[in-house]
Design a binder for this molecule. Structure first.
Ligand code: BG6
Length: 488
C-alpha cells in the first residue's frame, strides 16, 4: 500500500503558548512529523509566540529537545530536525498588552493562509482575537484554532463564542476536540456510511445498547489544579465522549462536509435526555498500593483532602428520537484504571428465536470499534463450534485490527493533532466543533453538574488499577447488562 501525502498550500502558523506543555508535547512534534512526511511545503513557516523573553536560538533548542522527548520512541532524523528548526521563528509577546504585536505582524505574509493556534488559557482568547484584529491580521486568509476547555459551562462558552465572533466568522474558527482526529474515529464514519451492511441495523430495533469507554491508566499528574476544577464530566464527557456518541448516533449526513456533519451531530446533542441522578456514578481513585508516594490518591494528588471532584464517571442516557428511542447509551471514563483502553461497542439484540434450542446458547453480535491501543474494528459473529457432537454455537471475531489488516501503513501512527492542524491549513472544518454544538453540549451537562452541587454529592472511592467503583458495574447489571472488560 502506498501512502499518499499531498502537501498543503504554503502557510504561516503562529502558536500562541508556543513554549507551553501542549505545544511541546503535541503541536510541535506533530508538525515535525508532517514535515518529515513531506506534507509541509518548503514555504511553510512556524512562529512560536509566548510571554517568555527568550532568544530565537533558545526557542529552537527548546523545540528540538521537545521533539526528541516526545517522539514516542521513534528515531528523530537529525538532518530533518535541523532543517525544521532552522525555519522556526520566535516572538515574545504580551497577550494582554502591546509588546511583540508589531513584530509578529511584520512576520506575517499577506498572500498565504495564516493560522493562529490559541494554545493558551481560554481567559486569553478574547485578548488575542482583539489584538490580531488591531494589527490587521483577521482578514479572510486568517483562521484561529482554539483548544478545550471551551468554557466551563453554558454561560462561559457563550461568552467565549461572542468574544471570538466579534472578530472572526464561524468559518474561521476551529475548535479542537482531538478525539475527532483519531484514525479510528474517522473510520467509524467510513464503516457506517461506506458499507451497506450496518446502516439498516443501526437503530433501536436491532441494537440492544451502546457503550463507550475511555479508560486511562494515568492519574491527574501535574494538572491537579486544572483538573480539580473540571473533573471527568467537564474534562472528558462534555467533549470527547459526547463527540463519539454523536458520530455513532447521528443520521447519515448528505455529504461529508463540515455543516452537513455538524448539523447532524447537533441534532443528536439536542435530543439527549436529561440524565437521572441514579443513572450516574462518580468516583475518585485511591492510592497505588505498591507505590503510594509516586501515585497518591486523587485528593492528595490535587492537594485538597475534601475535594468532591470526580476522576471517574459512568452514566446512562437516552436519545429521544425515532432511531434510538429505547436504546440506552452507557458512557464511562476515568483515570488510574486497570488499562488504557478506549472502545465503542454496538451491542446488537439476540436473535428473536433460536432454531438450535436453548442448549446451544443465545448469542449476540457486537461491533467493537477500538480507538486505542491496537486501533481496529471487530465484529463478533456466531458460528458452529467445530467438530462432531451436535450443534453448539460459539462467538468468533471478524477482526480488522488495522496493523494486521493493512500492514505497516495501517499501523502508521498519525497523531490526531497532526491531522487536525493539516485540516486547519486546508480549511476543512468537518472534524472541528461548531459554536452551537459546544453550547448544546454544555446545556446538557450543566444541570447534571448543578445537581451534584445542590445535593453535595460525594464521589465513591475506587481502587487504582481497577475498573472503577462497583456501583458502575451495578449501573449496568441492574439493566441485565455488563460492561465490556477494560483490557488491553
Ligand atoms: C484530554 C484530557 O483532553 O484528553 C486529559 O484533558 C486526557 O485529561 C486526554 O488524559 C486523553 O487523551 P488521549 O488521546 O490520551 O486519549
Amino acid at each position: 500500500m502506498v501512502s499518499r501525502v499531498i502537501p498543503v498550500d504554503p502557510f504561516d502558523l503562529v502558536i500562541f503558548g508556543g513554549t507551553g506543555d501542549l505545544a511541546r508535547r503535541k503541536i510541535l512534534p506533530g508538525l515535525f512529523r508532517r514535515f518529515c512526511a513531506g506534507q509541509m511545503p518548503p514555504e511553510a513557516r512556524i512562529i512560536g509566540a509566548a510571554r517568555a523573553d527568550i532568544s530565537e536560538a533558545d526557542y529552537r533548542e527548546m523545540v528540538g529537545d521537545a521533539i526528541e522527548e516526545f517522539s514516542d520512541g521513534a528515531v528523530v532524523d537529525q538532518d530533518h530536525l535541523a532543517a525544521f528548526l532552522a525555519d522556526l521563528t520566535y516572538v515574545a509577546i504580551d497577550a494582554k498588552g502591546e509588546n511583540g504585536w508589531r513584530e509578529l505582524a511584520g512576520h506575517m505574509r499577506r498572500d498565504v493562509v495564516r493560522a493562529f493556534y490559541f494554545s493558551v488559557a481560554p481567559g486569553l482568547f478574547g485578548d488575542l482575537a482583539e489584538r490580531l484584529n488591531n494589527h490587521g491580521l483577521t482578514d479572510e486568509k486568517s483562521r484561529i484554532v482554539v483548544e478545550k476547555p471551551f468554557g466551563r459551562d453554558l454561560a462561559t462558552a457563550q461568552q467565549l463564542n461572542r468574544d471570538l465572533a466579534a472578530f472572526f466568522d464561524e468559518t474561521q474558527i476551529y475548535r479542537i476536540d482531538h478525539y475527532l482526529g483519531k484514525e479510528t474515529v474517522q473510520n467509524l464514519m467510513a464503516v457506517r456510511f461506506g458499507n451497506v451492511l450496518f446502516e439498516p441495523l443501526w437503530n433501536s430495533q436491532f441494537v440492544d445498547h451502546i457503550q463507550i469507554t475511555v479508560a486511562e491508566t494515568v492519574g491527574v499528574g501535574g494538572r491537579g489544579e486544572y483538573y480539580d476544577k473540571s473533573g471527568a464530566m467537564r474534562d472528558m464527557v462534555q467533549n470527547h465522549l459526547m463527540q463519539l456518541l454523536c458520530l455513532i448516533a447521528m443520521e447519515p449526513p448528505a455529504r461529508f462536509d463540515p455543516d452537513a456533519v455538524r448539523d447532524e451531530k447537533l441534532k443528536v446533542i439536542r435530543a439527549l435526555e436529561p440524565v437521572e441522578p441514579h443513572h450516574i456514578v462518580r468516583g475518585q481513585y485511591g492510592a497505588d498500593t505498591e507505590d503510594p508516594i509516586a501515585h497518591p490518591d486523587y485528593r492528595t494528588a490535587v492537594a485538597d483532602l475534601k475535594s468532591a471532584t470526580e476522576s471517574f464517571i459512568a452514566l446512562k442516557t437516552h436519545i429521544a428520537n425515532w432511531r434510538w428511542a429505547g436504546t440506552p447509551f452507557y458512557l464511562r471514563t476515568g483515570k488510574r484504571l486497570v488499562a488504557r483502553s478506549s472502545e465503542i461497542s454496538i451491542v446488537f439484540k439476540e436473535t428473536p428465536h433460536s432454531i438450535f434450542g436453548e442448549e446451544a446458547g443465545r448469542h449476540r453480535n457486537v461491533l467493537s470499534i477500538r480507538l486505542q491501543p491496537n486501533e481496529g474494528i471487530k465484529l463478533g459473529v456466531t458460528i458452529k463450534e467445530p467438530g462432531p457432537g451436535g450443534m453448539r454455537l460459539m462467538d468468533v471475531p471478524l477482526d480488522m485490527t488495522f496493523a494486521d489488516a493493512l500492514g505497516e501503513e495501517g499501523a502508521e501512527n498519525v497523531d490526531a493533532y497532526e491531522r487536525l492542524i493539516m485540516d486547519v491549513i486546508r480549511g476543512n472544518q468537518t472534524l472541528f466543533m461548531r459554536g452551537d454544538e459546544v453550547e448544546a453540549a454544555w446545556a446538557w451537562t450543566d444541570p447534571i453538574i448543578k445537581g451534584w452541587q445542590q445535593r453535595n454529592d460525594v464521589p465513591k472511592p475506587y481502587d487504582s488499577h481497577s475498573a472503577g467503583p462497583d456501583a458502575a458495574t451495578q449501573l449496568m447489571r441492574r439493566d441485565g447488562r455488563e460492561w465490556r472488560e477494560v483490557a488491553l
